[in-house]
Design a protein. Structure first.
Length: 225
């Protein structure tokens, strides 16, 4: 039996359906830029316990985009393949964070299809970076902040970060200007340097790291040993 088979066997057991809900969830206050709190009670092995989660009403996606620069929009860069990344300060991190765009892609229905998510991702990526067209390949998703977020509704579970590899991108428009409350700048990274960046310990945002590793394996810059 493979490890995948063993996990699927465990995951199908009744106990992994979770602790039963006691009563009905209650919506709490909205938290600016994050979502709305959800308060609920679960019958656990410790008895009835109170829990609070946050409902995230927007979708999340990160894109490892590969572009060949053909103009002088980014001075002091050659025309080899580059990856648009973001240097951004966020209150929750309180330091410069190195990330992949776009991040939030707007409100997404919990039952949205992959085509709908891809479409919204392309639109957000174009707005964020100015690069469009190309081929977007879905690399799967990871569930982030699993202990705090419950998707877009009280009975949804997990905020999924969708991971994409985009190739053959072309400059289509100017990237959006940062909002007055943002500290953010685009950093174009030579594709050949990305392995060193991952090894540096500076590129640590979880969805961006997962996306970069998957994308580099997909395009043959990293290999399973």
């Amino acid at each position: 039996m493979t490890a995948i088979d063993k996990f699927l066997e465990l995951a199908s057991e009744d106990r992994f359906r979770g602790w039963p809900l006691v009563g009905e969830p209650e919506l709490g206050p909205k938290i600016p830029f994050f979502g709305q709190t959800l308060n609920y009670k679960l019958e656990t092995g410790n008895g009835v316990e109170d829990y609070t989660s946050i409902l995230r009403h927007f979708g999340w996606a990160v894109v490892f985009g590969v572009v060949n620069l053909r103009d002088n929009t980014y001075p002091n860069t050659d025309f080899s393949p580059h990856v648009p990344t973001l240097c951004q300060w966020k209150p929750g991190v309180n330091q410069a964070s190195w990330e992949l765009p776009p991040g939030g892609i707007g409100k997404v229905d919990p039952n949205a299809t992959l085509d709908e998510i891809t479409k919204k991702t392309k639109e957000a990526y174009l707005k964020e970076t100015g690069f469009g067209g190309g081929t977007f390949q879905h690399l799967g998703n990871i569930i982030i902040e699993t202990g705090k977020y419950r998707g877009a509704g009280p009975y949804d579970h997990g905020l999924r970060a969708h991971l994409f590899l985009a190739t053959d991108l072309e400059r289509a428009q100017d990237a959006r200007k940062p909002n007055p409350n943002e500290i953010i700048e685009t950093l174009m990274v030579p594709l050949q340097e990305f392995r060193k960046i991952l090894e540096s310990g500076l590129f640590v945002e979880e969805s961006a790291v997962a996306c970069a590793y998957k994308a580099l394996i997909e395009i043959g810059h990293l290999h399973w040993s």
